[in-house]
Write a protein that binds this ligand. Sequence first.
Ligand code: SAH
Length: 213
Amino acid sequence: MRDTLKHKGMRNNLAETLIGKGITDEKVLNAIREVPRHLFLDSGFEVHAYQDKAFPIGAEQTISQPYTVAFQTELLNIEPGHKILEIGTGSGYQTAVLLGLKAKVYTIERQQELFKKTKLFFNKMGYRPKKIIFGDGYKGLPDEAPFDGIIVTAGAPIVPKPLMAQLKIGGKLVIPVGLDEQIMTLYIRKSEKEFEKKELGNFRFVPLLEDKN
Ligand code: SAH
């Protein structure tokens, strides 16, 4: 598969759809206009890639819906050079959007099959996250902490304490919390001990699973 002007046109339309749904951050919208989502999917989904929908990516996982990717990314308020930790690499689409905002990205995936596939894909495409880790996102990445932002792209039954602890003061954690349905939750670290919490609507994600290793 290649990226063509036709795909670019479909991405512009997708960005318009997202604007219609309330996404306003131009930098986020530009990243959506740039990242060739169809290349992150199996070829059978190519014609559907620019619909605002989630799709299967193997290993019972899904690529998040573009609206969800844009919504979560917008909440992080990324500035160039920000250090961002992503839990749930999956297809790598969200990672690529974060890279499009010039973040330094660390990303963790617990499914070996997806980890390997997406790592190869990043190499092929020239996407350069700082680290792609095969491991358990519940633990975060203490060696690289603190982070300006942490984004969890699977539904978390609880808010993992290590993730809160690995935020900079002023840093943001964006995490969908819940079992069957999740509430998008934003934590902003105000000081060593204080966090501001905001709940921002309902979403549906595949579950954030405990480590099986
Ligand atoms: N950001 C991805 C979304 C993939 S779906 C994308 O844009 O495609 C969520 C991903 O979280 C899945 O790949 C799943 O395997 C992974 N995941 C689930 N539990 C995890 C955990 N404890 N640690 C790391 N990744 C996890």
